[in-house]
Structures are given as structure tokens and as C-alpha cells.
Design a protein around this ligand. Structure first.
Ligand SMILES: Cc1cc2nc3c(=O)[nH]c(=O)nc-3n(C[C@H](O)[C@H](O)[C@H](O)COP(=O)(O)O)c2cc1C
Length: 196
């Protein structure tokens, strides 16, 4: 059976963001695996404005109208080609960063019937952003792994900016990747046989 293709998606577009270092750390470990392919996807590369499509992605898919903007089409093509996602997310004001929520909102069918895991960071491991993302992903028909990684801004970063992750996070990261790969593989089959 084909190995699932998984995207590691950065959840922040801020200049000087920690998201890049965290995503690189995840990629360094994930790419050692032989049972899946991983690719870094940076939402900053897509220059998505605040959602500017006239129809929601779901309505557009149901009516068969397609997207009107080039940036939406490019983002859609990228997300559609993956079987699952690792969302690397900071916590902003107890919630999901707007850039990530906006990037999720741009699309709908591209996310459906896939799996996602989370690597959060913040003073409490980004736990509130991750919890909100679980709810959002449910509407997007994405199964979210139970194991998640929560990095501490106080203990895993020096001066809040230099990323020095504790090895204590490695078993959680591996557990998350294990379930993500298993579920992504199962959804590859499901997408071929579904009747919706
Ligand atoms: C607008 C804003 C709001 C924030 N709110 C929170 C918060 O509610 N909880 C938290 O743990 N950290 C919060 N932080 C700190 C972020 O976790 C920290 O700055 C992190 O590095 C942001 O991710 P980024 O550097 O990849 O953008 C906030 C940071 C910003 C910029």
C-alpha cells in the first residue's frame, strides 16, 4: 500500500515567528520515518488575504462554481494533495491564530476525510488553541489524533524566542505521528470507497 503524504503546516505568519523553528523540529523527526512522506507547508508562502471568495468553499463545491482567486486555487492544490496534516500552532489570546483559522476557512472538501495531529506551543503548551482546532477540524471532517504535543514557551524556549525543546516531548510526538499515519492510511482507503 502507498505511504501517506503528510503536510507539516506552520500556523503563524508573523515576522520573527517561532513557528518555523518548531515546524523544522517536527520535520527533522518526522522525516526519519519510513512509513510516511512529510513535507513542510508554510502558509506564509501563499499570501492569503482575509477570506475573499464570494462563496464558502463548501457552497462552491456543492454548486460546482470553483474558486475565483489565484491564491485560493494554489492553496487548494497544495492541501488537496496530502493525506493528513500536522498543524503547528501557537496560542494567541487563548485561541487559534487568525492566520491559521483563515487558511483553514479558505477550503473545505480538500480537508475532508483526512487526519490531523497537533504541535502546540505557548505558556500552557498552546492547549487552548489545540482544543479549539479539534472543534474546527470536526466540521472540516478531519479526524484528530488523541496524542498531541504541547511545547512550553517558558521551558522549551530561551527568552521566548530560541527554541530548545526538551527530549521529554519525543514520545508524545512519536505517538501522535503513529496515530496520524495509521489514520491517514485508513482514510486513503475510505476516500476511494465512500458514498457521500
Ligand atoms: C497576539 C498574541 C497573543 C498571544 N496570546 C497568547 C496566549 O493567549 N497564550 C499563550 O500561551 N501565549 C500567547 N502568546 C505568546 C505566543 O505563544 C508566542 O509569542 C509564540 O511565539 C507565538 O507564536 P509565533 O512566534 O510562531 O507567532 C501570544 C502572542 C501573540 C503575538
Amino acid at each position: 500500500m502507498k505511504h501517506p503524504k503528510l503536510a507539516i503546516v506552520t500556523g503563524s505568519t508573523r515576522p520573527g515567528r517561532n513557528a518555523e523553528a518548531v515546524a523544522q523540529w517536527v520535520a527533522g523527526i518526522a522525516k526519519l520515518r519510513r512509513d510516511a512522506q512529510f513535507e513542510l507547508i508554510d502558509i506564509a508562502d501563499y499570501n492569503l488575504p482575509l477570506l475573499d471568495e464570494p462563496l464558502s468553499a463548501l457552497a462552491s463545491a456543492r454548486m460546482g462554481t470553483g474558486y475565483t482567486k489565484q491564491h485560493t486555487k494554489a492553496w487548494s492544490q497544495t492541501i488537496a494533495r496530502f493525506d493528513g496534516y500536522v498543524l503547528v500552532t501557537p496560542e494567541y489570546n487563548f485561541g487559534v491564530p487568525a492566520a491559521l483559522k483563515n487558511a483553514l476557512d479558505f477550503l473545505h472538501p480538500e480537508w475532508n476525510n483526512k487526519a490531523a495531529g497537533f504541535v502546540g506551543y505557548g505558556t500552557n503548551g498552546g492547549a487552548r488553541a489545540t482544543a479549539q482546532l479539534r472543534q474546527i477540524m470536526a466540521e472540516l471532517q478531519v479526524a484528530t489524533t488523541v496524542p498531541e504535543v504541547g511545547l512550553s514557551l517558558l521551558e522549551d524556549f530561551e527568552n521566548y524566542t530560541i527554541f530548545k525543546p526538551s527530549d521529554a516531548h519525543l514520545p508524545r510526538l512519536e505517538a501522535m505521528l503513529n496515530q496520524l499515519i495509521t489514520w491517514s492510511r485508513a482514510f486513503m482507503h475510505l476516500r476511494e470507497v465512500r458514498h457521500d
